[in-house]
Design a protein around this ligand. Structure first.
Ligand code: HEC
Ligand code: HEC
Length: 341
């Protein structure tokens, strides 16, 4: 099993070296034109579905001075403490180890606290990434890939663009402290799946959270997954204990299970051969993919497909995604989300 993985990675490295040259030149041309952390124009896509790349709107209700609480926490924070500065807040300090400075404070003039976007326990949101329990070396490699312009999103204005800026500003020692902290946190399930073909109408809201329309209106789900917070208010207040609901198409979990385990007669490769039998990851190269946000996981599959996620080990995923259809990606990520993290 292990040699199968290494063989794939080694073969893949040759291909990466061959293709890296082209991608790198495209990026240099772009960088000269405009400093931005969007994908190199030659690789940017406009034909990908929108759902894996959640959009937000500006926070228009600035409730300065107002003090907020969340259920089960003795803490109280103002709007400015929650949203208006480089540092972030900790509703439940008793539930996790003490966060190191990069996670809770960030660094003046360089980058905002990781906990702002990944939440203080690393659980993340559909637009960011669940970092809980990921291997330290996997996270450091991703940060290096972003810093060195080998990992972008496939579309302009995606959530990842801000993260690339952070990776470029992040001293290695801070990256290591943050990664060790997030690795130490055991993922617990915060996601509930609902299978069905009719879903609530949703709208982009502040913090790229998708908000359910208060009218109760519904629409066909189609070939998508819609992820909403269990409590819009609590997620807006960065309460890490409040989870998400993912609406997935009827029958998608079983179809995804069949494809993930069989490889679909050569359409893809069995995921467990690299990500481990329980999909909870294996070694520093193969991240756990079980029980994480289906929106975030689908976004990665599209980014591997477009070639904008093209870091040191990304080449192993190329044969996995090359022939996947939009429906396959919905089914696979619905199945992964149904597993325990
Ligand atoms: C402005 C919001 C923001 C902040 C602050 C932030 N991140 Fe991120 N981070 C993101 C987003 C968005 C993504 C995922 C993008 C994607 O889907 O590719 C991400 C992805 C990552 C990943 C890749 C995870 C994976 O599964 O491959 C790592 C590692 C990471 N962040 C670490 C950090 C660390 C460490 C800090 C603090 C020093 C930090 N982030 C601060 C937004 C942020
Ligand atoms: C040949 C080995 C291999 C196989 C088979 C494989 N993967 Fe991966 N996968 C990887 C590697 C290596 C990475 C990390 C890539 C990187 O560092 O950029 C990865 C990363 C991912 C990620 C991104 C995780 C994150 O934290 O951002 C997803 C999602 C994923 N794989 C899904 C799948 C699915 C679904 C399957 C089966 C259909 C699959 N993989 C099969 C090797 C593999």
């Amino acid at each position: 099993m292990f040699s199968f993985r290494s063989a794939l990675l080694n073969g893949a490295v040759v291909a990466a070296l061959a293709s890296g040259f082209v991608a790198c030149r495209a990026y240099q041309a772009f960088a000269a034109e405009k400093a931005s952390f969007d994908p190199p124009p030659a690789l940017a896509r406009t034909d990908f579905p929108a759902w894996p790349y959640p959009r937000g709107i500006p926070d228009d209700e600035k409730e300065e001075g107002k003090v907020f609480h969340v259920p089960g926490s003795k803490q109280a924070f103002t709007f400015t403490q929650i949203n208006g500065q480089r540092a972030t807040i900790d509703w439940f300090p008793e539930r996790h180890p003490t966060p190191p400075p990069p996670v809770i404070s960030g660094r003046e003039g360089a980058y905002n606290a990781c906990g702002q976007c990944h939440l203080i326990d690393g659980g993340g949101k559909p637009d960011t990434s669940d970092l809980r329990g990921l291997p330290v070396d996997y996270m450091l490699q991703q940060l290096a890939d972003m810093r060195d312009d080998h990992r972008h999103a496939s579309i302009n204005g995606a959530p990842l663009a801000k993260m690339v800026g952070i990776a470029k500003a992040l001293p290695l020692d801070d990256a290591r402290q943050a990664s060790e902290y997030f690795h130490s946190i055991k993922p617990v399930k915060r996601l509930r799946l609902i299978e069905g073909d009719i879903v609530p109408v949703t709208h982009p809201a502040a913090h790229a959270i998708q908000k359910v329309d208060p009218s109760g209106a519904t629409e066909p789900l189609g070939t998508r997954i819609i992820e909403v917070p269990q409590s819009f208010e609590r997620t807006s207040l960065r309460d890490p204990s409040s989870g998400f609901i993912a609406y997935v198409p009827a029958g998608s979990i079983e179809k995804g299970r069949a494809l993930a385990t069989s490889g679909g007669g050569g359409r893809t490769l069995p995921c467990a051969s690299c990500h481990g039998d329980d999909m909870r990851g294996s070694g520093a190269e193969f991240p756990g993919i079980a029980g994480r946000s289906p929106t975030a996981m689908a976004r990665q599959l599209y980014d591997f497909k477009s070639g904008t996620r093209n870091g040191k080990n990304a080449v192993a995923m190329k044969p996995v995604v090359a022939r996947l259809t939009d429906a396959d990606i919905v089914n696979l990520t619905a199945y992964l989300a149904s597993l325990d993290p």
